[in-house]
Design a protein around this ligand. Structure first.
Ligand code: CTP
Ligand code: CA
Length: 229
């Protein structure tokens, strides 16, 4: 049986994808994190690779295996993810930030395991840098680079996602809601709404993460071609 060849419409295009959670260590054996599975980002990386792109996948700790033909960069913390994304994004045409980056890290990390104490404890957290916003701020030096973000919102999704796209200078953001049936953390499907900085939006039906990845890259390519023309 012959399967039709996949169009190589990203041949030679450099694509950087971030995926998974980050881990923010409190001490050598404890960390703050979230349940991101990495599946959405791995799907984008695989889809881009199959269309001929030169792909770098920067991923936090996930259980997914390396993708053949993709440059894999495995990191743990938000600061490590920022260093890896910033470096590879310098020469990228498209950057897709699916990673669920922890907004805060411990202000002080203990080098030793902290023993428990009687009574309450509090942890002093300090903000992590915003990786996507950092890339957005550099866009004047990368006028053709396309920046894509993700956002999960519980309310006022389109408005909040559009404001995020504006603030971070992203070309578009894929919005989802934690309450959407069958699209929770770790699932194989996703249902997202594409939101642009001007608050125009498109609801996409529920589909596999690979199909969402295909449509994201179609849209990114459209933005890029408009920009190159
Ligand atoms: N993002 C990032 N660096 C961070 C936080 C988020 O690059 N430190 C990226 C995410 O990968 C995602 C987009 O920004 O593509 C939106 O993430 P989100 O957490 O929704 O945005 P925040 O600005 O952190 O807003 P919130 O207060 O709603 O968490
Ligand atoms: Ca956040």
């Amino acid at each position: 049986l012959l399967t039709p060849p996949v169009a190589q419409d990203l041949a030679g295009v450099r694509v950087v994808v971030s995926a998974g959670p980050t881990r923010e260590y409190l001490d050598p054996v404890r960390f703050i994190s979230n349940p991101s599975s990495g599946k959405m980002g791995f799907a984008v990386a695989l889809e881009a690779q199959s269309r001929g792109a030169e792909v770098t996948l920067v991923t936090g700790p996930v259980t997914l295996p390396d993708l053949a033909g993709v440059r894999m960069v495995r990191v743990e913390t938000a600061l490590e993810m920022k260093a890896a994304v910033d470096e590879s994004a310098q020469t990228a045409a498209i950057v897709v930030m699916t990673a669920a980056i922890a907004d805060y890290r411990a202000a002080q990390q203990s080098g030793e395991k902290q023993a428990k104490v009687a009574g309450d404890v509090s942890i002093h957290l300090t903000p992590n840098p915003d990786i996507l916003a950092g890339l957005g701020a550099e866009q004047p030096h990368h006028p053709q680079r396309v920046l894509v973000g993700f956002a999960m919102e519980t309310h006022a999704g389109i408005e909040r996602a559009a404001l995020k796209a504006q603030r971070k200078n992203a070309d578009f953001i894929l919005l989802n809601y934690p309450t959407r049936e069958g699209t929770s953390f770790g699932g194989d499907d996703n249902q997202v709404t594409l939101v642009r900085p001007d608050a125009t939006s498109e609801d996409w039906p529920r589909m596999s993460k690979r199909e969402v990845a295909r449509k994201i890259l179609d849209e990114a390519l459209k933005v890029r071609n408009l920009r190159l023309s």
